[in-house]
Design a protein around this ligand. Structure first.
Ligand code: B4P
Length: 198
């Protein structure tokens, strides 16, 4: 089993690159952002709590997201590989994830960090806000999310760097070129599917 963390600030392209990785490698995709938005849309108690944080540009409490990931891992014991997209976002989440994987006799193999300047992030997220109507893609919330990222999430990259698992990839340029550079990292660990989904 191969486990990848796709890492980067809001709008760095984690979701976009995850789609290509799933098609090419057949990995299971665990996006805490998507899982939370699904809970919000279904108006579950967890979703109602999470929405208050997401609309303020804040991270949802650790115990909420760790619980969600735990149950997803338990429901997918046969996955050949997992992309963790947008998780972990705090060092506490990273430590909890390492423990969960250890119980399953596996580990994080590598963290790929997408490097994108702040101005480009803001431009992309404002554009997505116009097109998708996502309530957290507005000027005020985007600034808060980038601040949360710097304070709470950036240390996650340092944590995995200390374990020799950090790989940085430039996240500006065409989506295909960025994907190609991620593949160069992954080829050390896994081979693409023979007949990738399109
Ligand atoms: P997420 O859903 O993870 O959203 P994101 O970080 O904003 O987006 P991502 O980086 O995936 O960007 P995308 O590919 O879509 O989180 C949303 C919120 O949920 C968080 O703020 C937080 O409140 C909560 N949350 C989630 N996980 C949590 C956790 N673990 N703990 C606590 N709270 C959590 O790309 C963005 C845009 O850029 C797209 O429109 C795309 O088309 C464009 N784009 C992508 N690549 C491009 C390229 N190469 N060039 C030009 N544009 C590009």
């Amino acid at each position: 089993m191969f486990n990848l963390i796709l890492f980067g600030p809001p709008g760095s392209g984690k979701g976009t690159q995850s789609d290509l990785l799933i098609q090419t490698y057949g990995f299971l995709h665990l996006s805490t952002g998507e899982l939370l938005r699904d809970e919000v849309n279904r108006k579950t108690p967890l979703g109602i709590e999470a929405q208050m944080f997401m609309d303020e540009g804040q991270l949802v409490p650790d115990e909420v997201v760790i619980g969600m990931i735990d149950s997803k891992l338990n429901n997918n014991p046969a996955a050949k590989g997992i992309i963790f997209d947008g998780f972990p976002r705090t060092v506490a989440q990273a430590k909890a994830l390492d423990k969960l994987l250890e119980l399953k006799h596996t580990k994080i193999h590598t963290l790929v960090a997408l490097d994108v300047p702040e101005e480009e992030l803001k431009k992309r997220l404002l554009q997505r806000g116009k097109e998708s109507g996502r309530s957290d893609d507005n000027e005020v919330t985007i600034t808060k999310r980038i601040t949360e990222y710097k304070n709470k999430t950036q240390p996650v990259a340092d944590y995995y760097d200390q374990h020799g698992k950090l790989e940085s990839v430039m996240g500006v340029g065409s989506i295909e070129d960025i994907f190609h550079n991620i593949q160069k990292v992954l080829e050390r660990y896994v081979a693409p599917l023979k007949n990738p989904a399109s």
